[in-house]
Ligand binder design. Structure first.
Ligand SMILES: [Zn+2]
Length: 343
């Protein structure tokens, strides 16, 4: 850090990102790739990414959408119970991990797994463990919406115990329960989003309904946010930044039957800087937003330095590409850090 009015983020990584496809990919891809060095890309397209062919062609489309930037898309497969060892061995070097969705729990997860029983999951998990492929999990049951993550904790425990050599990432954690579990098993890690460090359910539904803050897992209680924020601010070594930035077209957010997802890609770096500065923890931001993920996933990255300056930035009301329109978090509001240069 040069002085108190500038800050440099080095090799920023977003370890949970939805880039979608088609026009939406062309719109949102560059809004991450300009500031981030790399991102873990989620596979919940329609149909989901389950073959080597689909994987490589999606990676190619992402690279084309982000071609002006020095950016590495780390792609993932959509978990299936019946992947053969030979297939996983063949794709191992093309993927960073495999994402498991319980069926029907979030956007495009209808073909996810129907049972979270360890014995049902065993064939694929055993191969992944042997091959050293990390498992990323959307950890929610289909119970009462505020309790879904808490109810999933015994499932994380059963998998962590049954496969001690498998790296398991609890994706987008939202509760104190998940933070507490992190320290119980050596092979458990987690990502946390920007919005879950900032908001509670009150911000979504406490006053007038805010559809742009509606997401899954839903924002929780103040004590949950405090536990997440404390772990992020101290750069807990098993916790990584993963925005879960999940763009939906504006008309699918501002309607009856609002889609779940908060779009944070274009403001993530600036707001994280604002947040860590506010809590006097800027010295931990590069660890949280890059170094922890580099260690956990064993990544090698080319250099990219984002220089931020303490100067007001008015967040655009929306971002557009042809017919696609998305509304970012903090649309129309002023945040206190701006991007000065990217090298
Ligand atoms: Zn997600």
């Amino acid at each position: 850090m040069a002085d108190s009015s500038t800050f440099e983020i080095i090799q920023a990584l977003d370890m949970h990102l939805h880039l979608r496809d088609g026009e939406m990919l062309k719109l949102v891809g560059p809004l991450t790739s300009n500031t981030f060095s790399g991102a873990l890309i989620m596979p919940n397209l329609v149909p989901p990414i389950t073959t080597k062919e689909a994987l490589l062609s999606y990676k190619q489309r992402i690279k084309e959408a982000c071609k002006d930037d020095n950016f590495e898309p780390f792609v993932t497969l959509f978990f299936k119970n019946d992947y053969s060892y030979e297939f996983l061995q063949d794709v191992k070097n093309d993927i960073i991990g495999i994402k498991l969705y319980p069926a029907g729990i979030t956007t495009n997860s209808e073909t996810g797994v129907a049972s979270m029983d360890v014995e049902v999951l065993r064939p694929t998990l055993e191969s992944m463990s042997k091959l050293g492929i990390p498992l990323c999990i959307h950890g929610e049951t289909n119970g009462f919406v505020m309790d879904r993550e808490k109810e999933f904790m015994p499932i994380y425990e059963s998998i962590a115990k049954a496969f001690p050599n498998l790296k398991i990432i609890m994706e987008h954690i939202t509760t104190k329960d998940a933070i507490d579990l992190l320290d119980k098993y050596d092979n458990l890690y987690a990502t946390v989003t920007l919005h879950h460090l900032l908001i509670t359910l009150d911000d979504v539904a406490g006053g007038m309904l805010n559809p742009h803050l509606f997401c899954k897992p839903i924002a929780k209680r103040p004590e949950d946010r405090t536990a997440l924020l404390n772990a992020a601010l101290k750069a807990h070594p098993k916790l990584m930044f993963g925005s879960d930035s999940a763009p939906h077209p504006k008309h699918k957010k501002e309607c009856c039957g609002c889609a779940a997802g908060v779009f944070t890609s274009p403001i993530a770096i600036q707001v994280l800087t604002e947040l860590f500065e506010k809590h006097n923890c800027l010295e931990n931001l590069n660890i949280f937003v890059s170094l922890n993920a580099q260690k956990i996933y064993d990544l090698n990255l080319s250099n990219k330095v984002v220089k931020l300056v303490k100067k007001d930035f008015v967040v655009p009301a929306e971002y557009k590409y042809n017919e696609e329109v998305v509304v970012p978090m903090f649309a129309g509001e002023t945040i206190s850090w701006s991007i000065e240069s990217i090298n």
